[in-house]
Design a protein around this ligand. Sequence first.
Ligand code: ADP
Ligand code: MG
Length: 871
Amino acid sequence: MPEGAAATPLMEQYERVKERYPGHLVLFRVGDFFETFGDDAKLLSKELEVVLTARSPDASGERTPMAGVPHHAVDSYLARLVRKGYKVALCDQVEDARFAKGLVRREVTRVVTPGTVVEDRILAGPDHNFLASVLIPQTGPAAFACVDITTGEWFHGVAARDGPEGALAAVAPFQPSEVLVADLEGPGGRALAAQLRHEFPRARIEPAPPPVAPAARPPALATPAGSETVAEADDRLAAYLERTQPRLLPFVEVVIESATAPRLRLDPKTLRHLEITRPMNPDDPAGPTLLSAWDETVTPPGRRTMSFWLRHPLADVALVNARLDAVERLVARGSDLLVLRAELRPVPDLARIAARVAGRRVRPTELAALRDGLRAVARVRAWLTHDAVGGRLEELHARLAPIVALDDLLGAALPDEPPATVEQGGAFRSGYDAELDGLARAESEGLAELARLERREQETTGIRALRVGYNQVFGYYFEVSRPNLARVPTHFRRKQTLAAGERFTSEELSAIETRILAARSERKDGEAAAWERFLVEVERHVPAVHRLSRCVGELDTLATFALLAQERQLVRPTVDDSSVLSVRDGRHPVLDRSLDGSFVPNDVELDATSSRLLVLTGPNMSGKSTYMREVGLLVLLAQAGSFVPARFARVGIVSALYTRMGFTDEIGRGKSSFMVEMTEVAEILRGADERSLVLLDEVGRGTSTFDGLAIAWATLRHLHDRLRCRSILATHYHQLTDLVEGLPAARNGHLAVREEGDEVVFLHRLVPGATDRSYGLHVARLAGLPPPVLDDAARLLKRLESEGVGLPASGRRAAATRYTQAILLATEQRPPAPVEAALRALDPERTTPFEALAWITEWRRRLVGGDPPPP
Ligand code: ADP
Ligand code: MG
């Protein structure tokens, strides 16, 4: 054992690596394992559920904790670590342990961080993986830069608002997996880190390194950004890449000025409340989202584009309509669309394969997939020729033109079915490289000689079963079974004894062996060198492949919008510069799917000039929140370029969407719900302008009714008089409805219910005007409040109503606000259901089977048939 238990030199080597890579989890190759020691070992064992052991006691009797993973499976463990936000340094053996004198040389061969990975097996799926860099200056808005090194896309700009909130809002739609924060220990940095941790619990937060020198900027960023702070965010991001993925830095290609790009701003809370790509309930991470309802794409670039578009809808009439035009044309192709999707389906993740070429982590099989994928793209392009008559589809057709030199290169170099790794040999097609062919010939000549030798020895010894074999440890040998041992000739030398026979070598055999092994190792070296030369050639096309991949993603997404339009009764929205939001028979895009036809469609009628504020009342469960989310999602879909679930829709472009639902969000973090709500409302009122759409659910809920009512009222006035944007506000304060009557551009609406005797049926239909009653009592009955409580509540309600309660502003009523649903629902008791009471009263001892059956039948009839239960 070369590196035994007490080998402190090994630990010294390990400690030196640890020192050079602070903050990294160092995985240290020892034999067939990657090991960790000390605290890292404890962490590894906890995070990956691998066994925690200990090294043998050292000189001072100390037993260092130790945990490791087998080297051949290291990628899957890396994936789990990186997705949990760890930064890992892989320290490998860089010389063959068999030939090493003393301690094997080890070096860090890879640093893997959540925002800089390129391997498919480590990335969590085809969605973008963004690394962000954020800078919060003393004054003015934060600057940011975000890059996806696997696709070459780089976004940067300044936040729409100052401070950490603005910084968070700017990067949140990118869903970064790693964020570099300049001055992380300063007050702005610390506040941002706290908010990031809340919003993206799995993201790695890292102090940003000092900026690179201008000369080290990637070519695409050679002309510095207009603003000094943005340039600094860029340069810090570049500096981090230079340390972690230097090979990929030059391949950053598109730089998009996010600040000037007309995009629909979605703040972090809106992204969450609308459940665009992540469900709100953390306990149900696979719950339905807009993405899960809308993503019928068939390629990885398509999925990535769909997810990005839904998080970054546009806010420019011409750009939106260009997408809608393309979708409309594709819809018109009818069932032919299925052919396009079939042609798209075999296209692999072109962009990421290209990134792995640049990062030198690509396998021969992946390049074969790239080759075949490019052929599929040619068929896709042929399909599109039909529609290349102007507009975005014509542009896509032009941009999907083949990269001829790359097609030729891959076609000539790779065999039809290449090996999984270059080390296995045979990564090149014969005829591609004369030198390699020569080396391969030398090896096969040696093998042919071996076969001749085998035949000759069989004949001379008369041992028909004599075989030449090979294994890694002993090399080539003759194998002779036990019964034939007597006939072994004298020039055979024994090598190894087995149960069934013995293995030998001879002078001639070892000579041939030497030649074969030399030829093989030369071929391997030759192939490795040829592979590198080949990748240098392929690498020249990385930017072109990235561009092609983006076009495939865009086409796949547009074709998916078209398919959904065909299959789900969607309509093309009219998107214009007006301030109108008008929808007939709109449906919630996600619920409409899960309710499968029973969703009740509703209209939307807002106009910033004349009718900008809708105040929604209606009992709990009547559909207020659903309606508001639906409105938000329809606008978002329209501005992403999708058709929408409605009979008609007109969307005057919205620049920012603010949504607050429930306000229950951060109560668990020790803030009072009222404080949370007020902070959130304040954020909206500060950020919104007249092109915004504001959706506020249950304002003023988290406090005693007086404060809440007053604040809801003031908020509503501010929205109506000052911001003058389109807004919908749901409230249980019926008193607000009186106020609305006095505002020229505000209206009341409610979600209708029908009373059937004592029951309330929710119609989920929006009707104009305020509800005349709260239906709180009905809801309370549905919720199962005991009858005495309900009776008492009914008496109290009558008295309150006759005393006349309401707002001083209405001038008609005295201020008393105890009349709300909240009072009536504020009890935990539940009476037994009638069937439960009846069951308790039943005595099984005195019941015949027939009576029991009759009892069940009767109760089932009452429950299903809706008969009133017996008194
Ligand atoms: P509220 O906010 O008024 O309490 P919700 O919007 O939470 O009510 O809706 C309660 C339930 O009613 C939802 O879970 C949904 O299943 C159903 N619902 C709401 N709107 C509709 C609709 N338009 N069509 C069918 N079901 C609906
Ligand atoms: Mg609600």
